[in-house]
Design a protein around this ligand. Sequence first.
Ligand code: CA
Length: 229
Amino acid sequence: MSETVILVIEDEADIRELVEYNLKREGYQVISARSGLDGLELAEQKMPTLVLLDLMLPDVDGLTVCRRLKSTPATQKIPVVMLTAKTEEADIVSGLEIGADDYITKPFSPRVLIARLRAVLRRDTGDSSEAQEVIYAGEIRIDSGRHETTVSGKRIELTSTEFRLLYLLAGRPGWVFSRDQIVDAVRGDDTIVTDRTVDVHIAGLRKKLGPKGKQIETVRGVGYRFREE
Ligand code: CA
């Protein structure tokens, strides 16, 4: 039995049951709450591994719950995945900005749900900064152990910030990273990256990637994503 405990905060019984069923089938332990306040209480009592959080809740809304979780020292490290309707795009952005780790839009397939949660859990347990991993993104090869990038077999020289940026974006193709998330992820000991300088680093990175630079797409009002070829 997995030690992974997932707290599901969702007021709609149908969705909650569907989620619970699928998570349990994957071997996760599930606890659930029907309201934001109950969810917060459970999170603090049980310290779950991950929180799956609906944004539209009857008492305190999901964004408030997320903010509370992320501003309370005991719970701030617990990853939060938001469950949202497509129409709540502004909420998705706010949620990511206040520290949510990912989101899933309704309606979703159980397969997508499980894949997203696994990815977040993997990210959470693995110390990505130390991971010795090679990412292949089409013609681009990024070797984090050697700190080396090649495009179509040819080595390109990136600054450490550009390298971190590429590693982050290409490591999760299709995923939209907000500027804040990027700032957090690429911050180094020696470099200060702000949400404004992110754009400058992205521009530099695109240039060095040549034609492949087009794979880094700007998502207006949000941030950037790496498009798969
Ligand atoms: Ca709801």
